[in-house]
Design a protein around this ligand. Sequence first.
Ligand code: HPA
Length: 265
Amino acid sequence: MLEKSYEYLKNRLGNFVPDTAIILGSGLGDVITAIKEPIIIPYADVPAFPTPTVSGHKGVFYAGKLGKHNVICLQGRFHFYEGIDVRMIYEVIRLLKSLGANSLIVTNAAGSLRMYMPAGSIMLIADHINMSGTNPLIGVCEEPYFPDMSNAYDLEMRNRFMQIAEEERIPVFQGVYMMLTGPNYETPAEVRMLQMFNVEAVGMSTVPEVISAAQLGLKVLGISVISNLATGMDLHKPDHHEVLLQVGKATKKLSLLITKFLEKE
Ligand code: HPA
């Protein structure tokens, strides 16, 4: 489906072969400032590649060295709520794998379901619940047909990340992320339901990428930056500008943690 995108990117990257792909969530673009001498490719230049419609998602590839790794970073992701078929998300992950990536770091902005985890917190995703009502593997029909999700958020990567967070004295939570389609924020009743489901964070992305990565055999590290308490938990109404603002404040911490993580091994 994205053969033309692959040909173009392969050509632009030349000898550079990424081993790690990074997908940046809303407002988390600063992570790319840590990439040395990046090759910068706007999505608009890439044949057949879609363009994101959401503010905070620029639509640019950054490829370069980060820590000990060759990374390809996607500043700007695609969401089901944009009307993009989640199958396209699978094709994007397959493209990243074809370019050389064997692991994937996904970040997102998320609402917190826990009072102890306020805006600005970082939560490593330990597991997810797919409440999106869809699945990126529908129609893929390739082996493994029924991928295992028991270690979808790789335990060894999470342990390594937690160790770095401890060394850097940056508090990091771990928890379950639930994806709803959006694009509206939750109602207070939905938030109460999510709390009963023992979910720590809620958002509108990431799950399609991670399911795709599991099918394609990529190891995943998933990180949520908490931008707000979910609807009804405090007096604020969730708002996209507020989300970008809060996430922007945490982006330096996140950038440091990801860089140290990629320096370690
Ligand atoms: N709900 C869903 N998605 C989100 C939220 C939220 O409260 N905050 C950031 N993304």
